[in-house]
Write a protein that binds this ligand. Structure first.
Ligand code: SF4
Length: 167
C-alpha cells in the first residue's frame, strides 16, 4: 500500500502548498506514482481523515487551531512542518508585538468580539514535528528531497538555515 499523504493549512498565504504543486511534470508524476494524496484542499475535493504523512503549512494563531493540529498529530505517523510559517511562526509573528485586543479592533472594528486570536506560534510549539522544510516558500528541490527521504524511511538531510529565528 502506498503511503497516504495529506496537506493541511493553518494561518498562511498558502504559498507553500502552491509551491509544492509547482514541481517539474516528471518529478510530480514520480511522486504521484509513489504516494496516495488523500487530502489536499487546493487540488481535490475528496478528503480522507486517514493518512500516514501530514504536511502542515502555516502558524497557529487561533485557539481552535490547537485541537485541530493535535488531532492531525494523532493521526499522522510522520508530521512535517512545511515553510517558514509552520517552522518558526513566520511573518504572522509580527502581530505578537501588539496587544491582541488592539489588533482585532484595528482589523474588525465593532465586530472584533466575534473573532478570537492568540499569539502566533510555530507548529512545534503545539505538537512534535518529525521534519522541517524551511523557506518562504521552500524550494521545490527541498520538498522533493524530504518526500523521497520519507518514502525510503530515512531522516531528510537538510541544512538548518541560521537566518530563521523562532518567535
Ligand atoms: Fe506563505 Fe511564506 Fe508562510 Fe509559506 S512560509 S505560507 S509562502 S508566508
Amino acid at each position: 500500500m502506498k503511503p497516504r499523504v495529506a496537506f493541511f493549512d493553518f494561518t498562511s498565504c498558502e504559498g507553500c502548498q502552491l509551491d509544492a504543486l509547482n514541481l517539474e511534470p516528471a518529478e510530480l508524476l514520480d511522486l504521484l506514482g509513489a504516494v496516495d494524496i488523500v487530502n489536499f484542499r487546493e487540488v481535490k475535493t475528496d478528503r480522507s481523515e486517514e493518512y500516514d504523512i501530514a504536511f502542515i503549512e502555516g502558524s497557529i494563531t487561533r485557539e481552535s487551531e490547537i485541537a485541530r493540529l493535535q488531532d492531525m498529530r494523532e493521526k499522522a505517523k510522520v508530521l512535517v512542518a512545511l515553510g517558514a510559517c509552520a517552522c518558526t511562526g513566520g511573518v504572522n509573528c509580527l502581530k505578537n508585538a501588539y496587544e491582541t485586543e488592539d489588533l482585532l479592533k484595528g482589523v474588525y472594528g465593532e465586530c472584533a468580539g466575534y473573532y478570537n486570536s492568540i499569539p502566533a506560534r510555530p507548529v512545534n510549539a503545539v505538537v512534535t514535528v518529525d521534519a522541517y522544510i524551511r523557506g518562504c516558500p521552500p524550494t521545490t528541490a527541498e520538498f522533493v528531497k524530504v518526500v523521497k527521504a520519507m518514502l525510503l524511511g530515512k531522516k531528510p538531510d537538510l541544512p538548518n538555515y541560521p537566518v530563521c529565528t523562532e518567535c
